[in-house]
Design a protein around this ligand. Structure first.
Ligand SMILES: Cc1ncc(C[n+]2csc(CCOP(=O)(O)OP(=O)(O)O)c2C)c(N)n1
Ligand SMILES: [Mg+2]
Length: 798
């Protein structure tokens, strides 16, 4: 290449192609070497497999080179298929945004992550991936959120809408959550979304059935996606234009996936043998075979569009509109590596001999393995010049900081003497909607078809449904009386989803990252029935893993939903609340507690996840996180009281004495949530026999537990620290008994015995499935007053 102009905008296509091919070669080298180094050259102290996916990475080396070094703009956001993580890190390394040390420590502590991670990687991952399918859907919902903030005029001045791009493994399309998201993409008419399918026709175990893709293409089209299929590269296209080329095209089109893959692996001789046998009678084909030696024939026959830089650039740059697009890009798993096309190559690694050969082919000298430009034909200075002007890398930072939304010291609260926490939640939001203000304006609610039945109706009536397109509520236009007014517009603040809990959690992930992705702080609230958390649990975990911030309101819950049916009872969710990192779980019994918790949550959601934290501190209390409220439809008597600062702090720390124990008391009843009336009544009765017995209200087993662990860790590090739960239990006699009770798994509270060595009689639900009314169910599951009294007797007997 001649000396190039300084401004790459004026480069010819040919110069750009030469440069991009060089970078592609380097990206493939670095990704392969990174994995090789981790598996073969680094000390392995535990004998465990390190792994990494050389073949899956090679499959997208060309696509990702085209995207990152030419097509993408800084405002674009990408979900990279999980097992192409090495390619992503190699690209960032070439941009100077990833260190050599972290590449050397790929999959090691503190090194580049196995799968791209927003929170654990240092090189600007947009969307974490790992659990296949979730990152793909994330791009569609991120685009919806971009529309939400843009149409409300909240984006930064001059900010342009980005494209949300997913690089998708073809087997990811087997994940149901993708199809759930597709339906939502149609309903919300999502735009600016590209799903680029790495169609290597291989999954982990197998070669994919040939018939699959025809179906998938029609599915995309049915929900308004443009499907762009990129099958053959320029060389093959040229061969098809030669005499008898049409027959060659037909032959490849008809070639079963598994045969094509096998021939890719076998190489030139294999191709020749089959082509001679099937098309040898055609003079054009014979001529073509004569002109190509085995290596050239293999190169020609594997010239799929996904490995042809020119075809890819042409297709990506041809897009001039914002319609959602699915690119089906034909690729070869392991392209350019010795196990290309082999059906067992998913976890395959080049052995040291193969690596030596690969290194020789890449013209890399010993010691130059990590060099950014070693072995490339282009001068390093020209490559640097190019890299310095790549549009995607031009932004200094692609992560934004959004101003905090001020949270009032108290939320509006209009309680009645008897109320359920679910009803209280609905009222608080409806009051917020009516009173307005900055907090109300940044709340966005969403629900998978249970907005009304989780008491969001009042809020939605006032704030409306969000949609890019304005749609009147036909019932209201027709003057049909209804409690719900469902007007849709870009101003609306409720995003209605179909019944798909995966979508709920992935949308919450996208809404809950709006501050970082788009510089606009949103306070997302998602509602669903508590048992269906399990339906979307992986997606919930995914949202938390990315440090998205949202309030999850799950109601009704437990067996207390009673006649609504055994199938809807949730037993294990309190344990999910206890165990899920990044999610502070609460289960208030009373509405004033709920209001206190919600008020705190709006602040907690906005705490800075990147804030430094030391040994003396409680990790999530500093960094903030998301919040899960487990609520109930059971109406209970509300206490007449004001919540002062001390009570507020205790509710947030996880518990307070509703009836304080006498010093040295031998017994305490500890309850959580809607079972409060039984605990209160049992406590009243037990006072005759044990006058000093206490009644402990646990608003958050999760926060009590986390605070306890935090205090213990701080002490181990030499700091003075006493946990809230330790202070709470301090007045009790050392051999006191605790009777714990929750409408959920008893292990949620039974750990309290470990705090000071108290004996515990845990009550709760272990089996589920019966429906009935509350007295029947509480008797059946032994949550009624008598069961508590029996447990108290047992606890006192020791
Ligand atoms: C939810 C989930 N299930 C299983 C896996 C394990 N897994 C990782 S990659 C993969 C197959 C990927 O095939 P494909 O998407 O076609 O990618 P390719 O390796 O062909 O590029 C599987 C099953 C996973 N990461 N996530
Ligand atoms: Mg595949």
């Amino acid at each position: 290449m001649t000396t190039l102009a300084r401004d790459i905008a004026s480069w010819s296509l040919q110069d750009k192609l030469v440069t991009l091919r060089a970078l592609e070669q380097k990206v493939l080298w670095l990704s392969s070497w990174m994995i090789h180094n981790a598996n073969h050259l680094r000390e392995n102290r535990d004998g465990l497999k390190v792994g990494g996916h050389q073949a899956s990475s090679a499959s997208v080396a060309t696509i990702m080179t085209a995207l990152y070094f030419d097509v993408l703009r800084p405002q674009d956001r990408v979900a990279v298929k999980p097992h192409a993580s090495p390619i992503f890190h190699a690209i960032q390394y070439l941009f100077g945004k990833q260190t050599r040390e972290r590449l050397e420590r790929f999959r090691a502590f503190g090194g580049a992550q196995s799968y791209p991670s927003r929170t654990k990687d240092a090189d600007d991952v947009d969307f974490s991936t790992g659990s296949v399918g979730l990152g793909v859907a994330m791009t569609a919902f991120a685009s919806l959120v971009q529309d939400y903030v843009q149409l409300k005029g909240l984006m930064r001045e001059g900010a342009e809408a980005g494209r949300m791009v997913a690089i998708v493994g073809d087997a990811e399309l087997d994940e149901g959550n993708i199809h759930e998201a597709l339906i939502e993409s149609w309903k919300h008419d999502i735009r600016n979304t590209w799903w680029i399918i790495d169609y290597n026709r291989q999954s982990l175990d197998a070669v994919i059935s040939d018939r699959l893709f025809a179906g998938i293409e029609s599915q995309f089209k049915a929900v308004g996606w443009r499907v762009v299929t990129l099958k053959y590269g320029k060389r093959l296209e040229a061969a098809f234009r030669r005499p008898d080329g049409a027959a060659l095209r037909q032959w490849i089109d008809d070639c079963p996936n598994s045969l094509y893959s096998a021939l890719v692996f076998k190489g030139g001789r294999g191709w020749r043998e089959h082509l001679l046998r099937d098309l040898g009678q055609l003079p054009g084909i014979r001529k073509l075979l004569d002109e190509h030696d085995d290596d050239n024939l293999a190169t020609l026959m594997t010239n799929l569009a996904g490995h042809d830089m020119e075809s890819l650039l042409e297709a990506f740059h041809a897009v001039a509109d914002d319609q959602r697009i699915c690119f089906v890009v034909y690729t070869i798993k392991g392209f350019g590596l010795p196990f290309a096309g082999h059906k067992d190559n998913h976890a395959g690694l080049m052995n040291p001999d193969q690596m030596t050969e690969f290194k020789r082919r890449n013209r890399i000298a010993d010691g130059a393995e990590w060099d950014r430009f070693a072995g490339l034909e282009m001068p390093a200075a020209e490559l640097e010049q190019f890299l310095g002007q790549v549009p995607f890398a031009s932004a200094t930072s692609r992560r934004f900081l959004a101003a905090r939304v001020p949270v009032p010291p108290k939320l509006p609260l209009s309680t009645t003497a008897k109320m359920a926490t679910q009803e209280g939640f609905g009222r608080i939001l409806a009051d917020l909607a009516r009173e307005g203000g900055p907090l109300a304006d940044r709340i966005v609610t969403t629900s998978p078809d249970v907005a009304v039945s989780t008491n969001l109706g009042g809020w939605v009536n006032r704030r409306g449904l969000f949609n890019r397109h304005r749609r009147e509520d036909v019932f209201s236009e027709q003057k049909v009386v209804s409690a719900q007014r469902w007007m849709m517009s870009p101003q609306g603040q409720h995003i209605e989803l179909g019944i798909a809990e995966n979508n709920l959690f992935i949308l919450l992930a996208a809404l809950g990252l709006s501050h970082s992705l788009f510089g606009v702080r949103l306070l997302p609230i998602g509602t669903l029935y508590d048992p269906f958390i399990m339906r979307g649990l992986d997606a919930l975990n995914y949202a938390c893993y990315q440090d998205a911030r949202f309030l999850l309101v799950a109601t009704p819950s437990g067996i207390t939903l009673a006649p609504e049916g055994g199938a809807h009872q949730s037993v294990g969710t309190p344990l999910i609340g206890l165990a899920q990192d990044g999610l502070a779980a609460f289960e208030p019994a009373f509405v004033d507690e709920l209001a206190t918790i919600m008020d705190w949550s709006f602040d907690y959601l906005q705490r800075d996840g990147s804030a430094p934290v030391d040994d003396s501190q409680w990790f999530h209390d500093v960094k903030g996180g998301s919040v899960y409220l487990r609520l109930s439809t059971r109406t209970v008597d509300q206490p007449e009281r004001g919540i002062d600062d001390a009570l507020r702090d205790a509710v947030i720390a996880g518990g307070y004495w509703l009836r304080p124990p006498a010093p040295g008391a031998r017994l305490a009843i500890v309850y959580t949530g809607a079972i409060a009336p039984e605990a209160i009544e049992a406590h009243r009765q037990i006072l005759d026999e044990i006058p000093g017995a206490g009644l402990l209200a646990v608003t958050s087993a999760d926060r009590l537990n986390a605070g306890w662990h935090a205090a213990e860790r701080a002490r181990q590090a030499g700091h003075r620290s006493i946990a809230h739960v330790e202070k709470l239990l301090a007045p009790l006699a050392p051999d006191a008994g605790l009777v714990t009770i929750i409408d959920g798994h008893p292990a949620t509270l039974s750990w309290l015995g470990g705090v000071r060595g108290h004996r515990v009689r845990p009550l709760g639900v272990e089996h589920f499935g019966q429906s009935g009314d509350l007295p029947e169910l509480y008797r059946h599951y032994r949550l009624e007053v008598d069961a508590i009294l029996d447990a108290c007797a047992a606890a006192c007997l020791g």
